[in-house]
Write a protein that binds this ligand. Structure first.
Ligand SMILES: *[C@@H]1O[C@H](CO)[C@@H](O)[C@H](O)[C@H]1NC(C)=O
Ligand SMILES: *[C@@H]1O[C@H](CO)[C@@H](O)[C@H](O)[C@H]1NC(C)=O
Ligand SMILES: *[C@@H]1O[C@H](CO)[C@@H](O)[C@H](O)[C@H]1NC(C)=O
Ligand SMILES: *[C@@H]1O[C@H](CO)[C@@H](O)[C@H](O)[C@H]1NC(C)=O
Ligand SMILES: *[C@@H]1O[C@H](CO)[C@@H](O)[C@H](O)[C@H]1NC(C)=O
Ligand SMILES: *[C@@H]1O[C@H](CO)[C@@H](O)[C@H](O)[C@H]1NC(C)=O
Ligand SMILES: *[C@@H]1O[C@H](CO)[C@@H](O)[C@H](O)[C@H]1NC(C)=O
Ligand SMILES: *[C@@H]1O[C@H](CO)[C@@H](O)[C@H](O)[C@H]1NC(C)=O
Length: 507
């Protein structure tokens, strides 16, 4: 069916879908050399402007410099404290708005002593049907902007953070039988991995590629394993860095004497207590024991179930039996023994409750949500609305500078390649209005998607925007339509002034 069309198209949409465009600022620009600026129609413009200025003042390569007290950290073992903050009821408090509408400020983590060696983040994008990539790309876009630390940047806990982004090679580009580097620089590697039954298996192959368990343990103290179905991190302006929040795992005090913690947004008790694989953080102290759960790779039809039944699920109980702890970020709950896990499972059984779903938790405390992609093709309405709201009120100072390098590496390879001979358009974001005064996304994305549909894969916008969208956000003012889209392997930022017809690709 797909092949019979001249073009394939997907529009990515959700209620407000506000996107994070900073990362694509330097990419291919069509029509006008202007990019969509980060938008939030309800975010105070002076905040926006100061954040943009901040970015200009700290161009690529900008890294955090030593903080006060840095020198004294060197020779003592690391010890960290978490301070939980009460919610401010004062509407004059500078964070009140974010507390009300975005994520509220929850915790500060302060450490003394020598930082742990690096943390490693392994992030997997899967490639199934190209239609399914839209949500993953949206998740990836958010992570690229708020999840990637720069090369020399340290956090309270870690010397630095390295990244391996992997993708199962899409069939139109061929096949690899072993992990293969696409691009590599600084703290980031992009890598193809062989197709396989599941993410845990892909993560396991990356660990083998990096020299195996001992090499990874020697270099890294903590691993974060994510797949493109995870959306986040969601955090308030002043919160502790996301990787530190995961590593401290909800403890008031963390030291090297704290048992190894495995942490995730939620704990499932389906079959047995475990952390779901879309987002797992773990201290590498027990990597040798954990690794076998990352190697349940069988490409037979039963492979996926094997990967879950012999990988994801038994890993939880094994971790506890080996003296590790499990922490659920959203419940702020730590399981310290197999008995704790049995008690949790029993308590849930009594109320006939298996795994917390999106209806049960707050995305801000969970840091990451499982959000569609090829993993759950269905996004629950409440989660979609909540996540859209959080993206809208995303504090601007949460963007991290590692995005510049990632963006550059993405531009040099075909990591995000969507399709072979087909011309494929994904609307990533769009708004209509007066720049920096009123920028409406609601309804705009849907209308553009309809247009692509009507025009067999081409985007056509007529010269009267009021007529086209059926509303006028600013009567008597001159308006603009701004669109961020991905066409095959390229990012495009388009702008059309009212009165100007837009056709993409060019007619
Ligand atoms: C895709 O677009 C290019 C021009 O951009 C065109 O030459 C080609 O025929 C198109 N392919 C399909 C399958 O429509
Ligand atoms: C926007 O923020 C600035 C500085 O934080 C403040 O002076 C101004 O009053 C705010 N405007 C609105 C409309 O909230
Ligand atoms: C952690 O808290 C304890 C007890 O309040 C305090 O003595 C210690 O100095 C704190 N450590 C750090 C690193 O803040
Ligand atoms: C971001 O802003 C909050 C207050 O709005 C502040 O506490 C925090 O230190 C800022 N973070 C950075 C990295 O500048
Ligand atoms: C994969 O699973 C199939 C079916 O269960 C089994 O016959 C086969 O031996 C497995 N292959 C490997 C490499 O484990
Ligand atoms: C999380 O749990 C700790 C106790 O383990 C408690 O002190 C803290 O207030 C809790 N935080 C939140 C946000 O509930
Ligand atoms: C655009 O369409 C609206 C509604 O049909 C109409 O009122 C308006 O005059 C048109 N604008 C232009 C510039 O033609
Ligand atoms: C737009 O202009 C018309 C005629 O010039 C005027 O009657 C109307 O009040 C204006 N609307 C707004 C919202 O300014």
């Amino acid at each position: 069916m797909v092949r019979s069309r001249t073009a394939v198209y997907i529009t990515l949409w959700c209620t407000f879908c506000i996107l994070l465009l900073a990362a694509f600022r330097d990419s291919t620009v069509a029509h006008q050399a202007k990019t969509i600026t980060p938008i939030a129609q309800q975010v105070n413009n002076s905040e926006l402007l100061s954040a943009q200025n901040d970015e200009q003042n700290h161009p690529e390569g900008y890294t955090l410099v030593a903080r006060p007290g840095e020198a004294s950290r060197a020779d003592r073992p690391l010890i960290c404290n978490t301070t939980w903050h009460p919610f401010s009821e004062d509407s004059n408090h500078p964070e009140y708005k974010h507390d009300q509408q975005g994520c509220r400020h929850r915790q500060t983590i302060t450490c003394r002593g020598k930082r742990l060696k690096r943390a490693l983040v392994i992030y997997m994008l899967q490639t199934k049907k190209v239609y399914d990539m839209a949500v993953e790309l949206n998740n990836f876009d958010l992570f690229m902007n708020v999840g990637v630390f720069a090369e020399h940047e340290s956090t309270e806990m870690f010397e630095r953070v390295d990244y391996v982004f992997t993708r199962m090679m899409p069939p139109h580009l061929g096949k690899v039988s072993v992990p293969t580097i696409i691009a590599e620089k600084g703290n980031i590697k992009l890598m193809w991995v062989p197709s396989g039954p599941c993410d845990l298996c892909a993560h396991g192959r990356v660990i083998a590629h990096l020299g195996g368990v001992d090499a990874v343990k020697a270099k890294y103290s903590f691993l974060a394993l994510l797949n493109g179905g995870a959306r986040g991190p969601f955090q308030a302006a002043g919160d502790a860095e996301w990787i530190d929040v995961m590593a401290v795992g909800g403890q008031a005090t963390w030291s090297s004497a704290t048992p190894p913690i495995m942490v995730g947004p939620t704990v499932s008790s389906q079959v047995s207590v475990h952390i779901q694989t879309y987002c797992i953080g773990l201290h590498t102290v027990r990597l040798t024991e954990y690794y076998p759960f990352l190697t349940q790779c069988n490409n037979s039809g039963a492979g996926k179930a094997m990967c879950i039944d012999f990988g994801e699920i038994p890993a939880g109980i094994e971790w506890l039996q080996g003296g590790g702890w499990i922490h659920s970020l959203s419940a702020n709950d730590t399981l310290r023994t197999p008995d704790d896990a049995a008690a949790l499972a029993e308590a849930r059984r009594r109320i006939d409750f298996v795994a917390p779903t999106h209806a049960h938790y707050d995305l801000c405390s969970a840091l990451f949500a499982k959000f569609g992609g090829t993993f759950t093709n269905h996004v629950r309405a409440r989660t979609a609305a909540h996540a859209a709201q959080l993206i809208l009120f995303r504090p601007l100072n949460r963007t991290l500078s590692g995005r510049f390098l990632l963006q550059k590496l993405l531009g040099s390879g075909r990591f995000l390649s969507l399709s072979g001979g087909l011309n494929f358009t994904v609307i990533v974001n769009a708004w209509y209005g007066v720049p920096e005064v009123i920028e409406i996304s609601k309804g705009v994305l849907e209308r553009l998607r309809e247009s692509i549909d009507e025009n067999r894969g081409r985007l056509v916008v007529s010269n009267n925007l009021t007529e086209y969208f059926g509303f006028d956000p600013a009567p008597n003012a001159s308006k603009v339509l701004a669109i961020h889209l991905r066409y095959n392997d390229e990012e495009h930022h388009l702008r059309a002034a009212d009165g100007q017809e837009l056709q993409f690709p060019d007619g």
